[in-house]
Write a protein that binds this ligand. Structure first.
Ligand SMILES: *[C@@H]1O[C@H](CO)[C@@H](O)[C@H](O)[C@H]1NC(C)=O
Length: 345
């Protein structure tokens, strides 16, 4: 009898423990602990250090919201592309847009170096069904603008590296910092933003651009090192704008050389794009610039442009984005067919 009592007490105790632990698991806000751990791991990976506990708490809240939104997107209907946490995960979309884009919208364009002849590829018809300038060794490795609004300089330099390779047969990484530091007497304002066409203007009037090795990227505004700008490792004769609102004209241009492209790239889905063909929601509020370095079609038949970005290799497909091509809007997805241009050499 005593033994039976002991046994039932023991069973009750075990049951109680099970009930308590189950209810504890159910009542605890699931995932909070996991997210805190995820934030710590993310901080370590990205070398993020916060100035105090309050800042860390604030950043954690933003991180958490972004991760939840990314997971909800990825768990939703398959739309052909995915998002992922990246180095921008502790930034609100407003903060991200303010620091990591940099295309300066302006009503006036400076056109003194613009090639006045008609669009030079207008009659070009020998367009390959797919093209990736990386495989032709006309694209340098992905760069990282950091928290500096210098996308315009990266976009222009990417296109210039391409035409230089096509004309001279040598792929050389060219200096973005020279544009940031030295192209400051017109529209362009270094980390404060700029335009690819005015970068081409500067390069033309300067007589060329030096190499990345000679004038490396720092990611902040600084004084122009004029001793270094005397080196003209690459030069251009001017530039042309791709006819506006025509993905067909853009195709003719990209089939011939890497092209500078302006885009609305400040949205949430752009911030966290990780793979697939981007078909996301964006308008034509141009705020960012990239370099179009190819195009193609997926096995599923989705046509895309291949864009080289300047947010490091941790963003997108190793720093690149595939974005839907030939959309119903003439402006192209995210306005990519509205402000494209390329240097001539
Ligand atoms: C394209 O072809 C038309 C008709 O032959 C010609 O008038 C025009 O100059 C050509 N454009 C270019 C850029 O070669």
């Amino acid at each position: 009898m005593a033994k039976q009592n002991q046994l039932s007490v023991l069973i009750s105790a075990i049951l109680l423990v099970i009930i308590v632990s189950v209810s504890e698991t159910l009542c605890r806000p699931l995932g909070e602990e996991h997210l805190l751990k995820q934030h710590e791991e993310w901080m370590a990976i990205h070398g993020r250090v916060y100035k105090d506990a309050a800042e860390k708490a604030k950043r954690y809240e933003i991180f958490k919201e972004n991760v939840k939104r990314i997971n909800a997107f990825n768990d939703g209907k398959d739309v052909g592309y995915k998002l992922a946490a990246n180095k921008f995960t502790d930034l609100t979309n407003e903060e991200f847009r303010a620091s990591y884009t940099g295309y300066k919208r302006t009503p006036n364009r400076v056109v003194s170096s613009m090639d006045a002849k008609p669009f030079k590829y207008a009659n070009f018809t020998a367009i390959p069904p797919a093209l990736d300038w990386r495989t032709k060794k006309a694209v340098t490795s992905v760069k990282d603008q950091g928290g500096c609004g210098s996308c315009w300089a990266f976009s222009a330099v990417g296109a210039m590296e391409g035409i230089t390779m096509l004309k001279k047969g040598k792929l050389v990484s060219l200096s973005v910092q020279e544009l940031v530091d030295c192209d400051v007497n017109g529209i362009d304002q270094g980390c404060g933003g700029g335009l690819m066409d005015s970068a081409f203007e500067f390069i033309k009037s300067n007589g060329g651009l030096t190499t990345e090795a000679n004038y490396p990227y720092r990611g902040n505004d600084g004084t122009c090192n004029s001793a270094k700008t005397a080196d003209h490792s690459a030069s251009i004769t001017g530039y042309q704008d791709v006819p506006v609102n025509s993905e067909k004209a853009l195709l003719q241009a990209v089939a011939n050389q890497p092209v500078s492209v302006a885009i609305e790239g400040g949205g949430f889905e752009f911030q966290f794009y990780s793979s697939g063909v981007f078909t996301g929601s964006c308008g034509t509020n141009i705020d960012h610039a990239v370099t179009a370095v190819g195009y193609g079609k997926t096995s599923g038949g989705t046509k895309y442009w291949l864009l080289k970005n300047s947010w490091g290799t941790g963003w997108g497909e190793n720093g690149y984005m595939r974005i839907q091509k030939d959309v119903s809007s003439k402006a192209g997805l995210c306005g990519l067919a509205t402000k494209a241009s390329y240097p001539t050499a």
